[in-house]
Write a protein that binds this ligand. Structure first.
Ligand SMILES: [Zn+2]
Length: 121
């Protein structure tokens, strides 16, 4: 099961809160074999209340990038068509939703199926 430090997750939630009502997206760094998420990586993007645009070329080509996390400015955790397209590239993808509390998230695999992640202290 994928694991992430709770401290790191809270940092991401805080960032999403600050940027609200704009959506927010960043990449997750970690170890695919160990299923560990241990950092988040920003790339330049343009965001509004409904979406985040970024240049695909801006994504660092790096083995340590193992997933994505992005916010929805509503209370919907369902991946959009565009979300599913990005999810295909990474084994772990997280959607966080308003109001960005500790439980306001869902995680998805490459096939956009819901999976569990474990927040560790
Ligand atoms: Zn989305």
């Amino acid at each position: 099961m994928w694991k992430m430090e709770k401290k790191l997750f809270l940092e991401i939630l805080n960032t999403a809160k600050q940027l609200y009502p704009k959506e927010f997206l960043c990449f997750l760094g970690g170890n695919k074999q160990k299923e560990e998420i241990n950092e988040f990586i920003f790339i330049p993007n343009k965001a509004n209340e409904n979406s985040v645009y970024f240049l695909e070329q801006a994504i660092p080509f790096d083995e340590t990038i193992i997933g994505t996390i992005h916010s929805h400015s509503n209370t919907n955790y369902k991946p959009s068509k565009a979300d599913k397209k990005i999810f295909q590239k990474y084994p772990i993808n997280i959607i966080i939703s308003f109001p960005f509390g500790e439980k306001n998230y869902k995680a998805y695999n490459q096939k956009s199926e819901e999976i569990s992640i474990k927040l560790i202290q």
